[in-house]
Design a protein around this ligand. Structure first.
Ligand code: NAP
Ligand code: MG
Length: 482
């Protein structure tokens, strides 16, 4: 049985050449070490890339349906371990058990979805202008894919990059986020047991600046897929394009929900609370701005405050809202709570770390609502990445739409309205890669494209669904004059 804690390189579990390790603490109870992982170096990353390069031809030449069989088997192994993986995810990342269980299920579903696609990668046949010529296209893998992933969806995001990459015949090196690497190593275990050939998938844990950077720089990697902060992602994009690599980056958000005058304030508040406070506000698609028509503003605020105050905070294994992932993420949220007040926003709910035996030591923060927010304030412009919603009052739909778009990000946007024309104007004009009507900003289906506009994305390639496969394939056109 593979160990799941060391690096997984060339089909073996190996220690870092540094001889160093790092501990992952439980954010609900930081004195508890959940697991210890390898503090790897650039040299460890180089070895992983070399293994992936060596495995390229064999995997690319493995028939698609056989690749699919291995992915399907890995998905089923993950399904057998769902409870165990759910708990590991909660202990490392902190989210609530139902959220973690949903995320693990998403990873399983992604493996099964792309397993089916492996028999169906396709190509097209066209009529040639010449006689006796078959003219067609075929899809080939890009080569070695370098994946760098964040901690907030530590199994779903790696899965939605890895499964299409493998399905299309690429080999992969992956650097998981240091805060929650365990579930990625569990994917490696599952693929190993499912019979994935050595070197096809390699995982190296350790700092982004050494391991991640080497994956991006090394001439052996052909495509780079990164999800994380805009700050790091923009650097990664420049680094990868300088090397002439295919690259996609999916980054931060400042996602609005526009509440129109026709909205039921209680329903709108439920939508905003669930988008804003779910996963402790640590979703790239989390709602962080509620832009509310003045006619329903007071009632909406009352309802949203009730929603915030009703949330049961505590360790994710048995509470509704878990902690933030780390002390630095908690501190950053608390800093924004101070900044918002200094800028003149009014605190309407939360704003503190909660008190009580269960939450004394962990990185907990109350679901927080700010009202009287001006869209120019930092709380309305910058990604907070905690359970904080800024409520902004507008006097009509047009002003609301303009406010929704008046940020540098453009990941997800939603509108709550009973007016069909308004809903369609929002769909037309919202500057966001995901637009939702009468739904929360969070929550994605796995078989449709996902990606942002503006600073939320490199806007090069989409992830998930058929679009997700495109990033990992390159088309060849064949003129076969027989
Ligand atoms: P992050 O700090 O940017 O880190 C993301 C990944 O990059 C981690 O694996 C990190 O490693 C690595 N990294 C750090 N510095 C690097 C460097 N110089 N070169 C290469 N890799 C480097 O993001 P995070 O804090 O993990 O995640 C939260 C952010 O992700 C939020 O901004 C959120 O909006 C965004 N996000 C976006 C999407 C989307 O699809 N648009 C989805 C989820 C999250 P270490 O962990 O070792 O630092
Ligand atoms: Mg970070």
């Amino acid at each position: 049985m593979p160990n799941g804690k060391q690096n997984y390189v060339n089909g073996e579990w190996v220690a870092s050449e540094t001889g160093e390790t790092f501990d992952v603490e439980n954010p609900a109870n930081p004195s508890e070490t959940v697991a210890t992982y390898q503090q790897s170096s650039a040299d460890d990353a180089t070895a992983a890339v070399e293994a992936a390069v060596a495995a390229e031809d064999e995997w690319a030449n493995t028939p698609g349906p056989e690749r699919g069989r291995i992915l399907r088997q890995a998905g089923s192994i993950l399904a057998d371990r769902k409870d165990e993986l759910t708990e590991l995810l909660v202990e490392e990342e902190g989210k609530a058990r139902p959220e973690a269980a949903g995320e693990v299920q998403r990873a399983i579903d992604i493996f099964h979805y792309f397993a089916g696609k492996a028999s169906d990668l396709g190509g097209t046949v066209k009529g040639s202008s010449s006689r006796d010529t078959t003219l067609y296209t075929r899809k080939e893998p890009v080569g070695v894919a370098a994946l760098v992933t964040p901690w907030n969806y530590p199994i779903a995001i790696p899965a939605w990059k890895l499964a299409p990459a493998l399905t299309a015949g690429n080999t992969v090196v992956l650097k998981p986020a240091s805060a929650a690497p365990g579930v990625v190593l569990a994917i490696a275990q599952a693929l190993d047991e499912a019979g994935l050939p050595d070197g096809v998938f390699n995982v190296v844990t350790g700092p982004g600046s050494s391991v991640g950077s080497e994956f991006i720089e090394h001439e052996g990697t052909d495509a780079v897929s990164f999800t994380g902060s805009s700050q790091v992602g923009e650097m990664v994009y420049d680094q990868a394009t300088d090397q002439g690599k295919r690259v996609q980056t999916e980054l931060g958000g400042k996602n609005p929900t526009l509440v129109a005058d026709s909205a039921n304030p209680a329903e709108a508040a439920e939508i905003v609370a669930s988008g804003g406070f779910g996963t402790t506000g640590q979703s790239c698609t989390a709602c962080s701005r509620a832009i509310v028509h003045e006619d329903v503003y007071d009632e909406f605020v009352d309802e949203l405050v009730d929603e915030a105050e009703a949330i049961d905070i505590g360790p994710g294994l048995d509470h509704e809202m878990g902690p933030q992932v780390s002390e630095s993420e908690l501190d950053s949220t608390l800093d924004y709570i101070d900044i918002a007040q200094e800028e003149g926003a009014t605190l309407a709910a939360g704003g503190n770390t909660p008190e009580g035996e269960d939450v004394e030591d962990g990185y907990f923060v109350e679901p927080t609502v700010f009202v009287d927010v001006d869209n120019d304030m930092r709380i309305a412009q910058e990604e907070v990445f905690g359970p904080v919603v800024a409520v902004i009052k507008v006097s009509d739909f047009d002003e609301g739409l303009e406010t929704a778009n008046d940020v540098e990000y453009g990941l997800s946007a939603s509108v709550v309205t009973d007016d069909h024309t308004e809903a369609n104007r929002f769909i037309d004009d919202a500057e966001a890669g995901v637009v939702k009507v009468n739904e929360k900003t969070t929550g994605l289906e796995l078989h449709v494209p996902f990606g942002g506009f503006k600073r939320s994305s490199s806007e090069t390639w989409r992830e998930q669904g058929d679009a997700g496969l495109e990033f990992y394939t390159i088309e060849k056109t064949v003129y076969d004059n027989y």
